[in-house]
Write a new protein. Structure first.
Length: 391
């Protein structure tokens, strides 16, 4: 085993393995089960082997892993594919420990300690809890522990669409955002993003690089999910948008491709590569852009967009065309141009009801309209973060 490990380390060195340092690896249910409904030990062992080689080279790794529900079904011998929330929560409760036991035993062969972190949207929507989660994960990285992250399905609910990530694609993007990762590798049973659905069109072509995630890319991705997992290509594109917007490069690739993790980590061509924005964002800005705490949406006119992107100005009520959602003063909101391109996010000085009254008005008129004012700005420039839109 030692000779084999050093042989692979030599190969990794020759491949230029230092392309990316801090890497989040997401593995989906269909990949871990091979579509069989139970965990595939050989697949898990090979993925862990690759991760171990990167770890031995000094890379910092976090794994976001699905598979708890499938592991629970296997443990209890249940073949029923019910999708109601209570049933899935029970299966996750039984299966999570089994999933972790598999990872613990596989990584132990390489002398690597693993940890577990179960998260929900509510854990990260709150700024203080976001920082606590960040500090814990970074401390584990410093200790060279590989943390296995999953959504806490036992306690979270998606009945209101607020407390649940809904799929581990978006969770992995949030974790990459959380720890300032250099690369997010999303592994599934698909090779990447195709020009059309390859299952329906044999002439579909793999798209090797995506410079910008726009409406065209979203339309290509479609909305179909896999049979066992909850995330289809549409959710992977959504995750890629979140990660790249905060400076994290993303690769979507087939998990069974030989040495796919090693190839991705060295910058070798595999799957579809999504280009990150030019610079990384600091933690508070990433939190604002995460969408976890977003309570509303503003549509801005061209003048306001220019003032934000070109002149480093605050967002004034005069530039607001439309308000969507109900939010209070101090909530996080997103802003878009009239073509539905997101411009950025920020903390609002006024509630949605106030902004409905003062939208389009000059700042000098705010007090006269409302009878009070919290400043000239709808969102002050110190409380906003902008996306660097590419043409």
């Amino acid at each position: 085993m030692v000779r084999q490990l050093w042989g692979w380390m030599f190969l990794c060195y020759n491949l230029g393995i230092r392309q990316y340092n801090r890497i989040v690896i997401k593995v989906g249910t269909n990949l871990l089960t091979g579509g069989t409904g139970k965990l595939d030990g050989k697949v898990m062992a090979d993925l862990v082997r690759q991760a171990a080689y990167l770890h031995a080279e000094g890379h910092e790794l976090i794994i976001v892993s699905s598979g708890a529900v499938a592991a629970g079904r296997e443990k209890l011998g249940i073949k029923n594919r019910r999708k109601d929330i209570p049933f899935k929560q029970v299966m996750a409760s039984v299966g999570q420990s089994r999933l972790m036991l598999n990872y613990d035993e596989l990584f132990k062969k390489y002398g690597i300690t693993v940890a577990q972190a179960l998260l929900t949207r509510a854990d990260l929507a709150d700024r203080a809890q976001y920082l606590n989660a960040r500090n814990t994960l970074l401390a584990l990285i410093d200790l060279k522990v590989v943390c296995i992250v999953n959504e806490n399905d036992v306690v979270c609910t998606d009945e209101l669409g607020e407390l649940k990530f809904g799929d581990n694609d978006n969770l992995s993007a949030m974790v990459a955002n959380l720890v300032d990762a250099d690369l997010l590798i999303i592994l599934s049973d698909v090779k990447g993003l195709y020009t059309t659905d390859p299952q329906q069109n044999p002439d579909a072509k793999l798209i090797p690089v995506v410079e910008k995630i726009d409406e065209t890319i979203e339309e290509i991705a479609g909305g179909a999910g896999s049979s066992q997992g909850t995330g289809g290509m549409a959710t992977k594109i959504e995750a890629a948008r979140l990660a790249t917007s905060s400076g994290v490069s993303v690769i979507i690739a087939h998990g069974l491709e030989p040495n796919v993790i090693l190839r991705a980590a060295t910058g070798k061509r595999t799957g579809t590569f999504f280009v990150a924005r030019d610079s990384k964002l600091e933690s508070r800005q990433r939190w604002l852009l995460s969408g976890l705490c977003c309570m509303g949406k503003l549509i801005l006119d061209k003048g306001a967009v220019t003032a934000l992107l070109k002149k480093n100005k605050s967002l004034l009520p005069a530039g607001i065309v439309k308000i969507e959602g109900n939010f209070n003063r101090g909530d996080v909101i997103d802003f878009y141009d009239t073509d539905n391109n997101q411009i950025g996010s920020g903390i609002t000085n006024y509630s949605s009801s106030d902004l409905q009254k003062i939208k389009g008005a000059q700042s000098s008129k705010i007090a006269g309209i409302l009878g009070y004012e919290y400043g000239d700005e709808a969102v002050h420039r110190n409380n906003l973060v902008l996306l660097q839109l590419k043409g």
